[in-house]
Structure formats: structure tokens, C-alpha cells
Write a protein of this length. Structure first.
Lengths: 517, 212
């Protein structure tokens, strides 16, 4: 009979070695959310949307005027100098001038409330088309301000992305048919960019926790001379789309969980994973409820319930999301943005998903402090965010010192409908140069009727701008005239592509991780 | 009768007959800040900076005006005095901006009347429909003019005082006389001036409108 002592220390069995294993600790996340898009709880909806356009124009107009006058002040065309005109309706025929206003795109396929009112007696089901632009030139572009509207024509317009709500300056003259022929176009360009660490303070270098990293990781980390620790990473994922019915990507969701917790892979990879300091979920965490099969539908007419039919509610998706979050939360802080499919309000800006949706993960949110509603104008939020931070969509905050602006994807998708182009990064760049993160609100993107302050105008340039729920991954760096640099990231939908995005916090380099089962 | 002798006293000695003062007649056009087209609702920009009367020069002018025979002339500030006054009042304006409400309290009714007559003087066309304005006080006229000044945003759906404060916050420099009128009316307990007149009309129309 073989005893243990004989077998031990051979290749078959080994006694526990008795040495302490290195425990990997996750890097701390330095995080300050800004409540720029929070709406008061007692908000009114009686006001009209015209105030939004007025606020946007008033805020961005000075910047456009500065750029335009710098560019066109000395312009002489055919012996005439371009003069600045105060209002859109002040342009005169034959006079070379420039003016600043809001763009309005008149497209026949765009859902129009005026047409609905005209056809009041019989409204057919609204046909939702994927795009508003038509092949023919039936759409027109006009420039508008508080005085009136003037139609813009010219070949120059085709070189630029233009959507309703962006503020531009145009130089040209009025032609015989009353349209304004555009010779040149200018945007406000990128707003001033704050320094890194403008809102929070960096953790002191060489802090209490000793870096427990293996040597192989040094080449993976960015060699910044000041810190002895490798740089942290931010993970961004979008479109998790937990569903009760669709399980094609359920395996990958599980792999994602293990990846982020560090349970998968070998110790070398795990130490890389320990640098992921924060996870940002950028929308669409719960899938669209799929259609019930026709067999079930046939039973429906039996009991007609008035009002809300609670039997059609399927709690599985939110339970799955809750379980996912609560298993992840003890290890990593999470910022949760709502998306188009999530249980939050439909109009922009979406308010945070209520913690009642997460009975298990709820313990990780910050304790509700003073019951007064957070107002966007308050200087600082007195409560520190918990490890689970449900935030608004769009969201602005400072992570590791970098100013981050992120959305769930509705603003970019709406702009795509206006423009006949697949260049989504170009559209993101255009949004930054227009200084407006959702120019099509309130025209085709449902929005809250702001009256005092419009938060979609970018007052300060973010360092990182990400948009979630996209069809594929993409990234680009754009530069501004004052040395601003913005990293644009398109975060692909996980349910479709099984990819997540990792961002290095020292260099803002982007890498992509793909999960295959 | 012996001919009356003219003494060698100066004509402006004490107790002499009052002289006509040409200081406050309209002798020059209102300064336009920009060449070209003067759009009606922007006439505000061409009016010299309205200020409360903090300086002694202005106080003197007030007394002169009182002595004037005709007090109905629209008073435009003198060019000679204006430069000095502007230098002094710029500092006051900065203080004024910080406490607009406090400054607005100090504005007298006279200043409001003067402001309104400056606006009316800037209009080229004759006032044809004067009869519609007869029932309105100057304060109400000032407020209605503020409502249709589209450079401060749409007037519908917002209280006038909030609209003024929003314009102030955005740096559009709304005239402080409007705030003065609003605060006075509020102090007098007049609730009717809270919303723009156009707003009231439209809301009442909405109530009575027939759905198709």
C-alpha cells in the first residue's frame, strides 16, 4: 500500500508549500462625479423648448464670433470687405457679410409635430425610418436666430456635418432668390480644457500600499518616471443587455465577470487586471423585451386587464443585472449610465437608474443624504459617491484627474440619422467642435425643456469622450487650437461584439479586449 | 418816462429773469454704436448707459431740469458732461452689477420716465396707435418693451423677473430700469405684472381653442 509520505514530493503530489501567496490588490480609483446633468425632482414641464435654443445660442455665440472675426475681419472679395451683421435678417442682397446663428435642417422624413397636427383626424402609425435624409435634395439647411430664418445654399455646406441645433458662423451674401450663398463656415471649435487634476487631488505617490507586481508587468505599464506603480486602467463596457430570453452571449457575460474579478487567467494577467480601477457601464444593461411568441399572445384576450398588465413583466433581466453587479462590486467600483433600453426616463438627459432596481447591489450605493434634490448649480455634492454610482446619461466627471464626458449613445445615433455618412468618429469630433453634446435635442431627440441653463453646451473640453452602444469600436485623438487634446472612443455593444475597452489613465491609450467562449 | 437804464450787471446775476437753457434740447442724434442697420428691438444698445444718479453733476442737472419751463422735453445727456460722468459711473456700474436689486431700488420714477422717453425718441416712425397705449402706465410700457426684446430670449413661459435674472446671468446686460419697475410693482403687491402680457393672451387663447 502506498502511503502519503512516499508519494509526496514527487511529481504527483506536493504538500502545501507553506509560503504566503502574494495577494493582488486592485488599484484605487480616484473619482469625482459632476452633477451637470442632474434634474431637480420637482421639475416642471410647462415651459416651451424655445428657451433651449436661446440659451445655446447665447452661450456659444461669443465663441463663434471670436473665431469668425479672427478669420474674416480682413477678407476682401471682389473689392468688398466682409462686415459683421448682427441679426440673421439684416443681411442685404449683394452685400458681403457674416452672421452667426443656429442651424435648422428641414428634412421631409423627419417626424414633424406640425404635420401630425395637420393630419389630426387620421394619423397613421408613425413610420420610424432609420434616417431622415433623402436621396433627392428635398431637404434644406437654414440659419436661424431670434429674428428669423434664412436659407443657406452653397457647395461649401457639403463639406461639413450640419445638424439642427449646431451654432455656426457663415460668410457670404444673399443672392437674387433670397437664399444666403455661403462662401465659408466657422464653428466655435473646442472649448478651453481644464488641467488634469483640476477637481480632485492625485493620491500621493509611493503610498501605503506596496506595489506587489511582478517584473513582467513593467513593460506593460507605461513608464512614467514619477510613479513606481504601473498606471491604472479604466474599463468601459456597454450594451451588456441582460435578457431573459436571449442567451447567445450569456457565456461571454460570465467570462467578463470572471475577467474583471481576476478569477480567470494566470497570475501574470491577473496583476494586469488589478490595475483596472473602475468599471463604467455605458448604457443598455437590460435588453429590449423581446416579443412574446404567438401562442402566448393568443391567450391574452381571455382576461382583459385595464391599465397595466403586470403579468407581462419579466423580472429576470434586472435580476441578472443585479446579480452581476453585486458579485462585481465588492471588488471594483462601478459607474452605471442608463441607456436607451434601460429603465430610466426616455427623454434626455436620463436620470440615474433608481436603486430600487438593484436590491442586492443597493447596499453599495451611497446612503441617501439630505433629501433635497441635487441642483446642477450647487458647487459640490456633499455626499461622496458609493462604490456603485448610478449616474445620469450623459455624464460628466473626473476620473483619475481626467475630465471625462460619456453618453449612452442616443445623441450620436440621432446625429447619424441626419447625415449620410458612416464616419461616427467624425461626428463625435464635430460635436466637440460645435461645443454641444446633443445638438439635435430637442428637435428629434426628446429632451427636458431647460429654461435656466442648458447643460449640453460643453463649457470645458473633456480629456476623454466616450459614446456607448455603438456597432463597432473606434478611437481617435483630436486637437484644438489652444492645445486641447481629446480622446474620442466609440464603445461597442457587448451583446453584439463581446468586446470591452480598457483605457490607460496615464497616457489615455485605448485597448480592446475580446471575449470568445 | 426816462428810458430804463441798463446796468452793467451780468445777465445771469441773481434774481434776473430766467434764461432759456439749451442744455437739454435734442440737438444731436442719438449715438448709434454700429454702422448700418438699426434693428428696432435692438434700440436698447444705443441708449447711453442708464445709471442711478450718484454723482453730484447729475444732481445739479436734476435741479436745472426742475427749474426748466418745460419739463416734457426728452432729456439726453450732454456730450460734454458725458465723458466725465461715464468715467465716474463705470465704477458705480460695477458695484451696481453686483447688487442689481439694491441699485434698482434707488432708481426713481423720474429715471424710469427718462429711460422710456429715450426709447421713444429713438423710434423713427410716428406713434400712430397712441390710443392703445393710453391706459398703460410708463412702467407697464417699459415691461412690455422688455418682453418683446428678443435678444433676452422668449418671454413666454417664464416670469418677467426670472427672465431678467437669466439675462443678467448670461451677461446680456438687461436694463436695470426694468428690474426697478418689477421690484416696485412687486412691493406694491401687483401680481398682474408677473408674467408677460403676451403670455397671458396666449394662455387664455389656448384654454378657449377648439380641438380639431
Amino acid at each position: 500500500m502506498v502511503t502519503l509520505d512516499e508519494v509526496v514530493d514527487t511529481s504527483l503530489l506536493q504538500k502545501p508549500s507553506g509560503e504566503a501567496l502574494d495577494l493582488l490588490e486592485r488599484s484605487e480609483s480616484n473619482y469625482t462625479p459632476l452633477h451637470s446633468f442632474a434634474l431637480p425632482k420637482d421639475r416642471q414641464y410647462q415651459q416651451q423648448f424655445a428657451d433651449i435654443y436661446f440659451l445655446r445660442l447665447t452661450k456659444i455665440k461669443p465663441a463663434v464670433e471670436a473665431v469668425a472675426s479672427a478669420a474674416w475681419a480682413e477678407t476682401i472679395l471682389a473689392g468688398e470687405t466682409a462686415t459683421k451683421v448682427d441679426r440673421v435678417l439684416d443681411v442685404r442682397q449683394g452685400q458681403l457679410c457674416w452672421v452667426v446663428g443656429t442651424v435648422y435642417m428641414d428634412m421631409p422624413l423627419k417626424p414633424s409635430v406640425l404635420e401630425d397636427v395637420v393630419k389630426d383626424r387620421w394619423i397613421s402609425a408613425p413610420t420610424t425610418s432609420d434616417h431622415y435624409y433623402a436621396e433627392s435634395g428635398s431637404e434644406s439647411c437654414s440659419l436661424e436666430d431670434d429674428s428669423g430664418r434664412i436659407r443657406l445654399v452653397g457647395n461649401v455646406l457639403r463639406d461639413y456635418f450640419l445638424v439642427t441645433g449646431c451654432i455656426i458662423g457663415v460668410m457670404g451674401t444673399e443672392n437674387a432668390s433670397g437664399d444666403f450663398e455661403v462662401i465659408d463656415l466657422k464653428f466655435a471649435d473646442l472649448p478651453p480644457q481644464p488641467e488634469r487634476w483640476s477637481l480632485s487631488k492625485p493620491a500621493p505617490k509611493g503610498s501605503a500600499r506596496k506595489p506587489k507586481i511582478k517584473e513582467e508587468d513593467v513593460e506593460m505599464a507605461d513608464v512614467s518616471s514619477s510613479s513606481s506603480q504601473p498606471s491604472k486602467k479604466i474599463a468601459i463596457v456597454s450594451g451588456l443587455e441582460f435578457s431573459g430570453t436571449d442567451t447567445s452571449y450569456a457565456m461571454e457575460l460570465n467570462l467578463l465577470l470572471e475577467f474583471l474579478l481576476g478569477e480567470a487567467l494566470d497570475p501574470a494577467a491577473q496583476s494586469e487586471l488589478s490595475q483596472i480601477s473602475r468599471l463604467i457601464i455605458a448604457g443598455n444593461s437590460i435588453a429590449r423585451p423581446s416579443d412574446h411568441d404567438p401562442a402566448a399572445a393568443a391567450d391574452k384576450p381571455h382576461n382583459k386587464k385595464y391599465g397595466y398588465d403586470s403579468s407581462s413583466y419579466n423580472p429576470i433581466p434586472s435580476q441578472l443585472l443585479d446579480t452581476f453587479l453585486s458579485s462585481l462590486l465588492p471588488s471594483i467600483p462601478i459607474t452605471l449610465l442608463p441607456g436607451a433600453l434601460d429603465p430610466a426616463n426616455t427623454s434626455y438627459p436620463q436620470q440615474p437608474i433608481h436603486s430600487a432596481m438593484f436590491p442586492q447591489a443597493r447596499t453599495y450605493t451611497s446612503t441617501p443624504g439630505v433629501p433635497t434634490a441635487p441642483s446642477p448649480s450647487s458647487s459640490s455634492s456633499s455626499e461622496t459617491p458609493g462604490w456603485l454610482d448610478p449616474v445620469t446619461n450623459p455624464w460628466e466627471g473626473e476620473v483619475e484627474g481626467w475630465r471625462v464626458l460619456g453618453t449612452g449613445g442616443q445623441n450620436l445615433d440621432d446625429i447619424c440619422k441626419y447625415v449620410d455618412s458612416e464616419d461616427k468618429l467624425g461626428m463625435m469630433e464635430a460635436m466637440c467642435r460645435w461645443r454641444c453634446s446633443a445638438p439635435t435635442a430637442p428637435d428629434t431627440l426628446w429632451s427636458y425643456p431647460f429654461q435656466d441653463d442648458e447643460p449640453f453646451v460643453m463649457k470645458e473640453c473633456p480629456h476623454l469622450y466616450f459614446v456607448g452602444s455603438q456597432t463597432e469600436f473606434g478611437t481617435k485623438i483630436i486637437e484644438g487650437s489652444q492645445g486641447q487634446m481629446v480622446r474620442l472612443v466609440l464603445v461597442p455593444s457587448f451583446a453584439a461584439t463581446k468586446e470591452i475597452v480598457l483605457i490607460d489613465t496615464e497616457t489615455l491609450d485605448v485597448s480592446k479586449v475580446k471575449f470568445t467562449a | 418816462m426816462p428810458t430804463t437804464r441798463r446796468s452793467t450787471r451780468s445777465s445771469t446775476g441773481a434774481g434776473k429773469q430766467s434764461t432759456l437753457s439749451f442744455k437739454h434740447k435734442v440737438t444731436k442724434a442719438i449715438k448709434t454704436g454700429k454702422e448700418g442697420y438699426k434693428s428696432p428691438s435692438r434700440a436698447k444698445e444705443y441708449i447711453p448707459e442708464p445709471t442711478p444718479e450718484p454723482t453730484s453733476k447729475k444732481l445739479e442737472k436734476e435741479e436745472d431740469e426742475d427749474e426748466d419751463e418745460d419739463e416734457q422735453t426728452p432729456a439726453t445727456t450732454d456730450d460734454d458732461d458725458e465723458h466725465d460722468v461715464q468715467v465716474q459711473t463705470k465704477k458705480q456700474q460695477q458695484q451696481q452689477r453686483q447688487q442689481p436689486a439694491a441699485a434698482a431700488e434707488k432708481i426713481s420714477d423720474r429715471a424710469i420716465e427718462r429711460y422710456w422717453s429715450e426709447i421713444e425718441a429713438g423710434r423713427n416712425a410716428k406713434a400712430v396707435h397712441k390710443k392703445h397705449g393710453e391706459g398703460l402706465t410708463t412702467g407697464e410700457k417699459v415691461l412690455r418693451y422688455f418682453d418683446v426684446s428678443s435678444q433676452y430670449g422668449p418671454c413666454i413661459g417664464m416670469k418677467r423677473i426670472k427672465r431678467w435674472q437669466r439675462a443678467q446671468r448670461l451677461g446680456l446686460n438687461p436694463p436695470v430700469e426694468v428690474l426697478a419697475v418689477l421690484l416696485k410693482e412687486e412691493a406694491a403687491g401687483n401680481k398682474g405684472i408677473e408674467t408677460a402680457h403676451m403670455d397671458e393672451l396666449l394662455n387664455s387663447a389656448a384654454v378657449g381653442s377648439v380641438g380639431v
